[in-house]
Ligand binder design. Structure first.
Ligand SMILES: Cc1ncc(COP(=O)(O)O)c(C=O)c1O
Length: 446
């Protein structure tokens, strides 16, 4: 069969699709696997209990009933399509929730739902990146192709291939600061290189369509500071482009964030939330908070691509948003769980590789640790293969630099992303394998 250019673009093997296949195959294999590679959230007892309770209650509250009487109520959600903007009862609950906790003064016109936030990024990056029509000219009066500017690489692997045509990313490499963590040496933190950012020709020539960052960042667990965010917001306004903040791990839910920061919104900001990392990745629910113009565009795209977004996650989350249970769960169960996991993993890594040139990105949030093996004699893509053969899965760093040619950037071949969502036994076994292999590589090179 012959596929269109659009089809070709999506079926061509990408590094990440091969890697995801490897991860999937490993999980199906009968050999035991130390799974430190994926992005699945952990199983947390309190989380599972609350969702199960809520899910069971759905069965008896009319959610599956599409009779005349219930058609007009929000409770008949599962038996009816919502409008393309998404489940109205959930959107109302979200408006109430955000206005209770922040002074954003939102209305229902500020919120749209998507089938997971990955779906939201597909929409947003195609809305703001790619070819623009002839009435949108660059500084030299030419019609333009615009890129999504990632102010701090490494960034989320899932952004890379979402454009319907080509790839439209520009990214800026980070400043790397050595820092201490809990009074210990051996950590670093990425910071935005604002000088490089402000000097980008693409920005000056108006060839940037939006600025985007994940906060906390997947893969590194970095949390951009409030000062960095304010500076990015100012640049976005100056160049009249939106600032997209990917809050998949951020506050107020799942709130996997340990540094002292705040969350801001205004109508030049597009905030993306997800129910995935609170423990519901299977319900595929993403939430966009933005100016009405963006919400209308997203709703129109929903109508074409999905008719209407899924209502299942919305039905589960509506009561939990109304009574703040989602915030309590995030603050009291989810955040402390990952904070403890990060501590455990750091201690295990220090035990295995304390005397070797390992530096760990300061754990500030998300469900990963980002490890930097300085001067490693092989690339971490090669390390990934060795570890895979030994039944331990991680993700090598080179995939996390969308928009950058990393062939000459050594740092991009010296890091790995390691999930901390696994149970303690898996963490121990997986880190022991990483320790043994990496020690061997450094020792051999001496
Ligand atoms: C930073 C980040 N953004 C977005 C997503 C997409 O999540 P979902 O589509 O499940 O909401 C993920 C998933 O791992 C992520 O890590």
């Amino acid at each position: 069969m012959k596929f269109s250019k659009f089809g070709q673009k999506f079926i061509q093997p990408t590094g990440i699709s091969q890697l995801m296949d490897d991860l999937g195959d490993a999980l199906k294999s009968d050999k035991p696997v130390n799974m430190l590679g994926g992005g699945n959230p952990a199983r947390i007892e309190a989380v599972n209990e609350l969702f199960l309770e809520t899910y069971q209650a759905l069965g008896s509250d009319g959610s599956f009933n599409n009779s005349e009487e219930t058609n007009s109520t929000a409770t008949s959600s599962m038996a009816n399509y919502s409008n393309p903007q998404g489940d109205a009862a959930f959107i109302d609950a979200l408006v109430g929730f955000f206005n209770r906790h922040y002074d954003w003064d939102l209305t229902a016109e500020n919120i749209a739902l998507t089938n997971g936030s990955q779906n939201a990024f597909f929409y947003l990056f195609n809305l703001f990146g790619g070819a623009f029509s002839d009435n949108e000219l660059d500084a030299g009066g030419q019609s333009v192709d615009k890129s999504i500017l990632l102010p701090l690489a490494p960034e989320y692997i899932g952004y890379s291939d979402v454009h319907v045509e080509g790839q439209h990313f520009m990214a800026v490499l980070p400043h790397i600061d050595e820092v201490t963590h809990d009074g210990e040496e051996g950590f670093f933190k990425y910071r935005v290189d604002f000088e490089a950012l402000e000097n980008l020709t693409e920005l000056k020539e108006k060839r940037i369509g939006a600025i985007c960052c994940s906060r906390p960042t997947n893969p590194t667990g970095n949390v951009l500071t409030d000062e960095e965010m304010a500076h990015l917001a100012e640049i976005a306004k100056r160049y009249d482009v939106p600032l997209i903040i990917d809050n998949a791990y951020g506050m107020p839910f799942p709130n996997i964030i340990y540094s002292d920061v705040t969350l801001s919104w205004d109508d030049n900001t597009i905030l993306c939330f997800s129910l995935s990392k609170i423990g519901l990745p299977g319900v595929r629910t993403g939430i966009i908070v933005a100016a009405p113009e963006v919400i209308e565009a997203v709703s129109a795209m929903n109508a074409v691509v999905n008719l209407s977004p899924t209502r299942f996650g919305a039905s589960i989350a509506t009561p939990l948003m109304k009574n703040d249970a989602i915030k309590d769960l995030s603050d009291n169960d989810i955040k402390p769980f990952y904070q403890q996991q990060a501590k455990t993993a750091v201690a295990l890594l220090k035990k295995e590789l304390g005397n070797y040139p390992l530096s760990i990105h300061k754990p500030e949030g998300a469900i990963f640790l980002w490890l930097w093996f300085k001067g490693l004699p092989i690339t971490t893509l090669e390390l990934y293969e060795i570890l895979k053969d030994k039944g331990t899965l991680i993700v090598p760093s080179e995939y996390f630099f969308p928009g950058i040619d990393v062939s000459d950037y050594k740092h991009a071949h010296e890091c790995i992303r390691m999930s901390i969502a696994a149970d303690e036994d898996t963490l121990e076994k997986g880190i022991a394998v990483i320790g043994e292999v990496v020690r061997g590589l450094y020792d051999k090179a001496k």
